[in-house]
Structure formats: structure tokens, C-alpha cells
Design a protein around this ligand. Sequence first.
Ligand code: PEP
Ligand code: MG
Length: 537
Amino acid sequence: MEKFFGKSIYQAVAIGKIAFSSKEKQQVRRTKVEDTAAEIERFENAKAEALSQLGALYEKALKEVGEDNAAIFEVHQMMLEDDDFNDGIKSKIETQQVNSEYAVALTGDTMAEMFENMEDEYFKARAADIKDISERLINVLTGNGGLDSLSEPSIIVAEDLAPSETIQLDKSKLLAFVTELGSSNSHTAILARTMNLPALIGVKIDREWNDKTGIVDGYKGLVIIDPDEETLEEYRAIQKSDAEKKELLKTLRGKETVSKSGKKINLYANIGKPADLASVIENDAEGIGLFRSEFLYLGSSDFPTEEEQFAAYKKVAEIMGRRRVIIRTLDLGADKQVDYFNLGHEDNPAMGYRAIRICLDRTDIFKTQLRAILRASAFGNISIMYPMIISVDEVKKIKEIVEGVKAELRAENVKFNEDIEQGIMIETPASVIMSDELAENVDFFSIGTNDLTQYTLAIDRQNSKLDGINDSHHPAVLRSIKKVIENAHKAGIWAGICGELGADTTLTQTFLDYGIDELSVSPSFVLPVRKAVINAD
Ligand code: PEP
Ligand code: MG
């Protein structure tokens, strides 16, 4: 039994098998095989497993991101069955008496090179697919679990996980995350919280842990490898008591979120995709205060169409009924990268081409999203929120575009809510300073304390080395929040917090003293925050 420490980002306990995910290209060793027939059978079995993984991925993508985006997994299945590819591998095993991994790597490299040298752009692009299927086969052969091939609920151990990878994981197969890199305010950490999964960062990981039993203790920031029976018993007891506490919190379901002095708070939840709604309902959130719409883009291999987005927004609006759903427009860039946007390298991506800056530049992408949101507004209580605002001028430009889209829809006789509320995120020092004027131009403010802390303190939220001083309790952040709420109220609009700080129950009383109107938190924090509000003055 061994113990390793890290920093916890969600307090819970997980017990289960470890799946080590490596992004490094596998080093394939050549070994001599005596029984080539048995080796060919080994290859055939791995191929069957890879085909079944691709079939499952196709079905998942079909449900979540539509047929066009799912098609790639069908293409990969066809390539795996390709005669030239298969014959190449089998003949190498037979004639050179080599192991399957080596035969696959050699055949894959040769074919990829052949495609790369072709003139036709379509065939050139197939080189990446060949590499992808070879890698998948090698992963199956070596037992190196790719994250989409988990056969049972597992603790994911990885050097790092990008938000785009995390969003594609099958939640039913996840028990916990343990990573070496990452920081507590990163979007991957936020996703772990949304999924209620214990997660540790900053752990010195080891690939030898693969397939071993592990315990992740999100209370102590500890991962235990190969625990003994006594330790397992101890942690099973903690899991049981956690479940009991959770049940107790559920007695707060259906209760109003009102402080002792009678201040009513709108207690909403943050989500990234329609599937998060189950947890929103279970935890009795009074609305959605932040729908991070970019996760629809991150979970997709191409721009989500207006119809795909409309379907997602409509579903959320319909399920939430009369309760408010605040859809934040695309906030890509910085740590949230998608290949098909081709955002390119930037020296300072957090301060770069991101969020509303992309939308005001690529108005085609922005208008598609606005059309989808406005159309969905006919089916529930939807508001729109814009991220990373720094000036009144931006708000005016946005409103002009929105008016244009509304006019288009009117001309097409498409129903939408003419009076849809439009708010902005306050997450830059500029927007704090300008909050008096901004408040005159929007319907609400939602304070994004994750970015506001990053930009106010000049501390990269992705940099785990700075986690120790990345302090959202810094007086500069708290004073900013106070000022923003005051300026909102002067202009007669409401103000809330949708950054992670909103869930910090040590500050609930402070926020109430400032006059906060709304708090939007990860679903699992809704009931603990309700409890804190009810117990506050
Ligand atoms: C924030 O910055 O606080 C916020 C809620 O937005 P995100 O975490 O998605 O950047
Ligand atoms: Mg932000």
C-alpha cells in the first residue's frame, strides 16, 4: 500500500480500479514470436475490441453531437477492416515473426506516409486517421487504456486532461480524476465538480498504477494505491457516511433560499451540457445561472450547427420550465481550444483572442449561436449572457448584432422572446471599473470570480504553481464584488456570482451583506449553499 498527496478539488471518496491514460505516443518494441498463428489470433482479437470501441463511440457521438460528427468513427471502423491494412500486418507477423504491436506500428506508419504524400487534400487528411486507428490497436494490444475504452468504472490517472477530453468521457465509467498538472480553477477541475467526482491535482503519478486498485480521498488530498483490507473498510465507511449526509441535505429540497433576515437569494446551478440537468433537478436548483455553451463546441469535431445548438438549448429550457436559464455565449480560447477553430498559437492566450472577442470578429459563428438561443427562447425562460466584456462599446456592438438576428427571425416568422434579458459577465477589472455605465446598458450582471481573480491578481488560473497565492478572498476581489453589486443596484438591475467563489460557504454571509441577488454554483453545491443562506443573517 502506498500513499501520494496532491491538491483536492472536490471533497468525496472514490474506490476502484485505476486506468492510466497516457498521451505519449507508445514506444513499440519489436519482439520475436515463435507461434505466428497465435500472434495473428491475438491481433484479430485486438481488432475486434477496437471495432467494438469505435461502435460504442459512434453511438455516443450520434446521441450527443449528431450524425455528421459521429461519422468519423464509422470511417475508422471501415479503415480497420481495410484489406491492405490487415494483410500488411498479418504478413509482417508471419514472414518477419514479429509481435502484433510492431507489425501494426510499421504498417500504420508506412500507410500514413503514403497518404501524406498524396496530392489530393482528402487523401492527405486520411494519414491522421491511419495513425489514430494504429494507436487504438496498439493501446488495446498493450492494455494501455485509452479513456474511451474503459470497461468498468475507473479512477482516471493522467498527466493532464484538457476540457475537450474530459467532456467526451463517459460519466458512467468515471469514479475520480487524479492528474499531475492542472490547477484548481481550471475548466477540467470545474467539470469534475459538476460531475461530483473526487479529483486531485498535483500528484506525482506513475504508469505502474494502471489496473491496480486505488482510493482517492478528496478530503485529505490523498491517493492510496493497493490499499489493504483495513483501509478499504475505513473508506467504505466514509462513503457510507457521505451518502447519509447527502440524504440529510436533501431535506432542504423544496425549501426557499431565504436568510434569517428575509433576504431571498436566487440559487441557480452551472452546467456545460443538457446531460448535467439530472443533477440540477436532483439538487433542486432554482434555475441555470450559467450554461457554459462552449462545451457543445468542445464535444464536437466541427462547428455545431444552428439546429444542434437549438435542440440543446430548447431541451434545457423545456426541462427547466418557468425557471430561468442563462445561456452564456461561446467562451472559447485560452484553455478551451478546439482544432476546427484554428485559433493558432498565442503567447498569452488568457489575454488573447477569446470569448466575445472571437464572436465580435467571427460574426457568422456568433449569429448562428444567437439564432439558436433566440429560437429556443420561445420554449422557456431563457436569458443571454456575454463573457469577457471590457467596454460599453462591446455591449453596443453585441446588441446591434442581436437586433439584426431578431429582425431576421421576425422576417422568417420564427417565434422568439422579444424581451429576452441580456446580461454580461463581470470578470475583467475593466468591467468592474466600468460597472456603473455598463449597468445602464444591460439587464443583469453575473460576476465570474474565476477570471476576475486571475485578471485582478495577475495570476494565471491554469498555473498550478500559483495555486497557493491564487486567492479569491483577496480584498481586491471582494471589494470589486461589492462595488459591482452597488453599481448594479444603483441602475436597478440584479447582480449574481457564477464563479466558483459563489459556492464558498465561508463567504455566504459576506455576499448577503453586500446585497447579492443570485448565486450560481455547481449542482452539488446548491443544497450546501442553501443551508448556508438559511443559517445566515
Ligand atoms: C468565471 O470566470 O468565473 C466563470 C464563471 O467563467 P469560466 O470559469 O467558464 O471562465
Ligand atoms: Mg470566465
